[in-house]
Design a protein around this ligand. Structure first.
Ligand code: MF3
Ligand code: CO
Length: 260
């Protein structure tokens, strides 16, 4: 059993270590997003992820985590998160959500994004943009003096204003020497509620945004989360450090990447 470390603020030199793991994960996800093409299987993407992570001297964090069998989660269309890679072939127009985690010298990074395969329908393009921006709104709220509830409120307000709903069963989290540390970071909330955010918090913020209702269920594989109404779902995640000067995204994709 892994020892679950109690929540504590990260020191600047610890955040510096997490910058390194975060940067590699940002590069990894840019690489994976560029590999999403019609005809590619979700297993192909998993292999790309696993190879990239090891080639960069890191450990695939998801592999074996609570017995999860792969190094990447790939969730397609009505799949929300935790889709297990396999023989499924990605087709043009699919909405593909990629979620990946890695460990470098004991320090975790956790991030994800959604892309359309080939040409995005207007519905998919709008969902991706709103979900990406709802994460940005949440990140902007992750500054000293605000609360965890302010993050959820920012995410929720933005996505709901565009007619979408937020999944509530899965939440963001503190991250550091473990992938999941306190506090939980829900994608909904009331302003001014929850822990006060201080420099030294490092949070994974991860909105899951549904076109239809917020309800989800888990498939018989024990992992894959799908929307109850089988409408589209989209997801973005960043690992974010809070410093004196505000939020800093540790898992940014490189400037030259095709995907922001
Ligand atoms: N980003 C996901 C999370 O924060 C990753 C968990 S998937 C698992 O919960 F495979 F690692 F379990
Ligand atoms: Co996460």
């Amino acid at each position: 059993m892994a020892r679950i470390e109690a929540f504590r603020l990260k020191r600047p030199e610890e955040i510096e270590r997490m910058r390194v793991s975060g940067r590699i994960l940002g590069e990894c996800l840019a690489h994976l997003a560029a590999a999403v093409h019609a005809g590619v299987t979700t297993d192909d993407l998993d292999r790309e992820a696993d190879t990239f992570i090891r080639d960069h001297g890191c450990i695939p964090g998801f592999l074996g985590y609570q017995d999860y069998p792969k190094s990447l989660c790939v969730s397609v269309n009505d799949e929300v998160v935790h889709g297990i890679p396999g023989p499924r072939v990605i087709e043009d127009g699919d909405l593909v959500s990629l979620d990946c985690g890695l460990i470098l010298d004991g320090w975790w990074a956790d991030s994800g994004l959604s892309v359309a395969c080939g040409e995005a329908s207007p519905e998919v393009a709008r969902l991706i943009e709103v979900t990406r921006e709802s994460l940005e709104q949440g990140i902007a709220a992750a500054r000293p003096g605000n609360t965890i509830g302010d993050i959820g409120h920012a995410v929720q307000t933005y996505a709901e204003a565009h007619g979408y709903s937020l999944v509530r069963e899965y939440v963001g989290h503190g991250i550091g020497r473990n992938m999941h540390e306190p506090p939980q970071v829900p994608n909904h909330g009331q302003p001014g509620t929850g822990n006060v955010i201080k420099p030294g918090y490092v949070l994974a913020i991860e909105p899951m945004v549904n076109v239809g209702g917020p309800k989800v269920r888990v498939l018989d594989d024990g992992w894959t989360v799908v929307t109850a109404d089988h409408k589209l779902s989209c997801y973005f995640e960043h690992t974010v450090a809070v410093t004196e000067s505000g939020p800093e995204v540790l898992t940014l994709r490189p400037a030259h990447a095709a995907i922001a």
